[in-house]
Design a protein around this ligand. Sequence first.
Ligand SMILES: [Fe+2]
Ligand SMILES: [Fe+2]
Length: 144
Amino acid sequence: MDALKKAIAKSFRMEMIGTGVYRSLAAQYRQSQPKLSGKFTAYAGQEYRHGRLFDRCHQKAFGKSIGGGLFWRFMGSGMALMMRVLPLKAKMKKLSHVEAQAVADIEKALTGGEGADSGLVQVLRTILPDEKAHAALYRQWFPA
Ligand SMILES: [Fe+2]
Ligand SMILES: [Fe+2]
């Protein structure tokens, strides 16, 4: 039960950090890369929704909200600001790795079948297509 609680809270934090990162990137590239900025905005919205799903899952299983979302979004924005000096391509490559790792983690969790009764599996299945699309953005933008 404790492991499940921790796993849901960690997923929630990652989604909130991701929301902050993508929001900040969307703002940074609004002028120079409007199309890509639009993608970042869309991804920020998706990560935020993912976070809400994890929070709802936590509420159902443990009777209370996770909390701290604003703090973790702020952390994410800070991370994007620290990466500001990097070339866009390097940033996107990094993001792509993080997202690919998220996909791998979700796929692993889905084969494990843990937390099936908590609704966690349902959330993971719901968010997987989005995470796959996020991981593919780099390839879309910089085809080999
Ligand atoms: Fe996500
Ligand atoms: Fe993502």
